[in-house]
Design a binder for this molecule. Structure first.
Ligand SMILES: [Zn+2]
Length: 416
């Protein structure tokens, strides 16, 4: 639950200073470095670990042995991809260590078990006809988790839960300060879930955890300056990574890109203002224009792209909506780029559709006026993790204490 004053979203640096004050802290640091590398790469050879950490081969062997004992990594077949030199044993994340990722939204509660390496297992998207109350979320997640646990193979352990909320989360206690689209205010959801599930629960804003997932496994990997902009049923949010660090702001709420002004006297926004990005660019308008019911979000991207490609009757109004939204998104992104000077903007959720369908419209709005300075070279990328990005990011929250101190955390009392 506790968030560090300045959160580092990049994987732990293998080349960081070696702590030498005593043997325990050096060992803890080295274990964390090795597990962090295995987690962020989803597996690498002993030789690669030796090179990446600068530790000698016998130390790596001992550290890997300890992580195997802790049930956190497995040693597998020889790495056959090496072009020359002796093949090396591959070290991969163990499938045994799992966390529960939870993401409530206006029309569904998504729940999944996620393994080290960002591997999603048994994802469930539980549709709701109305925005769920916090109490309903607790009931749904409890029922889904009970079902998941009973079908887990022996040896699997669920270490904690990560909660991604489409709203403002208090960094101090993980409570939801407000989630306007869900009509939540002051909901101690993390505490209620922790009690119901018997797991420690960490919570953060959905777009912020999405940015973490992109930094760890996605398009933002090894990119020190990028903006992740995510559009979901509850609006648009962002996670801003600058100099390899996730920007938090004075009270932890940095990245509220959905409330960037894009149209003076525009549509009314849930924040009480008008013409905000998330009031003008909405998933529900795309669903309506594509003629899909409100719950059909999985197919939205392909349906919109296919309709526009085929150019059949009735595509005119759909194209108008898509072009209008893409242009307004470009206006909003212009502010982001001018403020942050990222090298990359990663678009997630339904915003991917706008970039795929009419990239020229988005690009023209972003670079209007010639696009010199920060707008000249910024790249627009699509979040490769797709809708799973938020769940993988929520899992990262839950894995944080384990990755910081593998032996201390894994040896602690594991919930049944
Ligand atoms: Zn607003």
């Amino acid at each position: 639950m506790q968030e560090r004053a300045s959160e580092r979203v990049a994987p732990p640096s293998p080349t960081g200073p070696r702590l030498g004050s005593n043997r325990d802290s050096t060992r803890q640091h080295n274990l964390a470095a090795v597990l962090g590398l295995v987690h962020s790469t989803s597996g690498l050879s002993r030789a690669q670990l030796t090179r990446a950490t600068g530790l000698n081969r016998s130390t790596i062997a001992a550290l890997v042995g300890e992580l195997v004992q802790l049930g956190l990594v497995v040693e597998s077949d020889l790495d056959q991809t090496q072009q020359h030199g002796r093949p090396s044993i591959m070290i991969e994340p163990s499938p045994d260590a799992l966390v529960l990722a939870i993401n409530p939204d206006v029309d569904a509660v998504s729940v999944a078990l996620v393994g080290l390496g960002g591997r999603i297992v048994s994802p469930v998207r539980f549709h709701t006809s109305n925005p769920p109350s916090a109490a309903e979320v607790v009931n749904i997640v409890s029922a889904v988790y009970t079902g998941m646990r009973t079908s887990l193979p022996p040896g699997r352990r669920v270490l904690g839960a990560g909660l991604a909320v489409p709203g403002l989360v208090d960094p101090a206690d993980g409570s939801v300060i407000e989630a306007p689209q869900l009509d939540w205010r002051g909901e101690p959801l993390s505490a209620r879930l922790a009690e119901a599930l018997g797991l420690p629960v960490s919570a953060a804003n959905d777009a912020v955890v999405g940015a973490r997932a992109q930094a760890a496994f996605g398009a933002g990997r090894d990119v020190p300056d990028f903006a992740y902009v995510f559009g979901g049923g509850s609006g648009i949010g962002g996670g801003l990574v600058s100099g390899g660090r996730l920007l938090r702001g004075a009270t932890g709420f940095a990245g509220q890109l959905g409330h960037t002004l894009v149209r003076t006297d525009g549509a009314e926004c849930s924040c009480g203002s008008r013409g905000c990005l998330e009031a003008e660019v909405t998933r529900v308008a795309l669903l309506e224009a594509a003629g899909l019911p409100s719950g059909e979000v999985e197919d939205l991207e392909e349906v919109v792209l296919e309709r526009l490609r085929s150019g059949g009757a009735g595509t005119g109004p759909l194209r108008d909506v898509v072009e209008r939204q893409a242009a307004l998104l470009g206006v909003g992104l212009r502010s982001v780029v001018n403020h942050l000077n990222p090298s990359m903007i990663v678009l997630g959720g339904f915003l991917r559709i706008l970039a795929r369908a009419v990239p020229g419209v988005l690009d023209d709005a972003l670079r209007a006026g010639g696009g010199r300075g920060p707008r000249e070279n910024v790249a627009i990328e699509l979040a490769p993790l797709g809708a799973d990005s938020i769940l993988v990011g929520a899992a990262e929250l839950a894995f944080e204490p384990l990755l910081a101190d593998p032996a201390g955390y894994a040896a602690g009392p594991a919930p049944a």
